[in-house]
Ligand binder design. Structure first.
Ligand code: SAM
Length: 343
């Protein structure tokens, strides 16, 4: 494979395939500075799905499935066709034009007008496409690097070199260390669904609270607060199209905090000097505690059990463990923020 990589023009001078506790990944063979390219490869070495492309194997997968895009593949903003394709198009236009003038005796002005219109249409079409769509790609060597949500990394398409270049922007790797990139700011739900693993301490993980209105009210009640009864269908949250809320390690997201604030605005007794948002944060913390109770004990299985467990059961246990950690962090953050004058 390494011979093939060299022949294909793939350059990853400081990486080698290595095993990290049973997980294959890439190790640094020398110190790598932040910003230094990790992998660089010609676009021809990657398997690309571009926006204009039709399903190349309709017998293997339906065109509709193909059009829905394989989410596990690396994706990035569509950079338009490489300059070589544009050069070929230009050459075809010139050849067609010359042929039309000499063989078909079409007036030169007419041919030039047509060629300019075709070139412009192509450029505008690609420009508009590149604003809206992504291309998806399987990228050899780059696809051997594992994920860490805290690493900042980029994968760029260099138009004139016609290459993908991946680098990290936030950190250096020491010789022998595992080299990691970020697959994007993804929750564990998304990582588990699309990549089959759960990231411990994932900074982008979140906990979804279904039926936020009812649970916020129940949390408020558990704190001894009395709320005006919400007439059915009149809940500030219940009337919104999405009735779920999102709790992150830093507290409820903006929408969720606003919704809880509105839901508990009528809370009595109203404590002196406590703003509506501070009250909502206290309720959010109680809501986290209640969700933790629902989750129950979520310790990772210990002892000999992990080896005996199926990978699926282990992933489910890790997933629950991480969700509990998100709730604990969220409750802590809410309580800290509720103490501040401007939470
Ligand atoms: C792009 S590949 C990375 C290379 C892969 N480990 C291999 O051996 O081919 C993505 C897959 O690697 C694994 N992976 C990546 N990052 C991981 C992590 N932080 N923890 C566990 N598995 C990870 C997952 O199985 C994921 O679907």
């Amino acid at each position: 494979m390494e011979v093939w990589a060299v022949e294909a023009g793939i350059s990853a001078p400081h990486l080698r395939v290595a095993d990290f506790g049973g997980l294959r990944g890439m190790a640094a063979t020398a110190d790598i500075e932040a910003g230094e390219p990790l992998v660089s490869l010609p676009i021809g070495a990657a398997l690309l799905v571009t926006p204009k492309q039709r399903c190349p194997f309709p017998d293997f997968c339906s065109p509709a499935f193909y059009a829905s895009k394989p989410c596990r593949a690396f994706s990035g903003p569509y950079g338009g066709p490489p300059w070589r394709s544009r050069a070929k198009l230009a050459a075809a236009l010139v050849a067609g034009g010359v042929g039309s003038v000499t063989a078909l005796h079409v007036p030169l002005e007419q041919v030039l007008n047509g060629a300019v219109a075709a070139a412009l249409f192509n450029l505008i079409y690609d420009y508009l496409l590149s604003q809206r769509v992504k291309w998806y790609s399987m990228v050899p060597w780059l696809d051997l690097i594992n994920h860490r949500g805290t690493v900042e990394s980029t994968v760029e398409y260099e138009y004139f070199r016609d290459r993908f270049v991946a680098s990290t922007t936030s950190r250096r790797f020491r010789k022998g260390e595992q080299v990691l990139i970020s697959y994007g700011p993804q929750s564990n739900d998304s990582l588990l669904q699309f990549y089959g693993f759960v990231e411990a301490g994932n900074p982008h993980d979140a906990y979804r609270v279904p039926d936020l209105a009812a649970r916020a009210r129940a949390a408020a009640a558990s704190m001894g607060l009395k709320l005006q009864a919400a007439p059915s269908g009149a809940s500030s949250i219940g009337s919104a199209p999405d009735t779920a809320g999102t709790l992150t390690r830093g507290g409820p997201d903006e929408h969720t905090l606003a919704a809880i604030t509105a839901e508990v605005a009528s809370a009595r007794p109203s404590a002196d000097g406590v703003t509506a948002v501070q009250r909502a944060l206290e309720v959010a913390a109680a809501l986290c505690d209640a969700e933790l109770d629902v989750l129950g004990p979520v310790d990772r299985p210990r002892g000999a059990a992990p080896q005996l467990q199926s990978a699926r059961a282990a992933a489910a246990a890790a997933f629950r463990h991480e969700k509990a950690a998100v709730l604990q962090d969220c409750a802590r953050a809410c309580r800290q923020r509720a103490k501040r004058k401007t939470p």
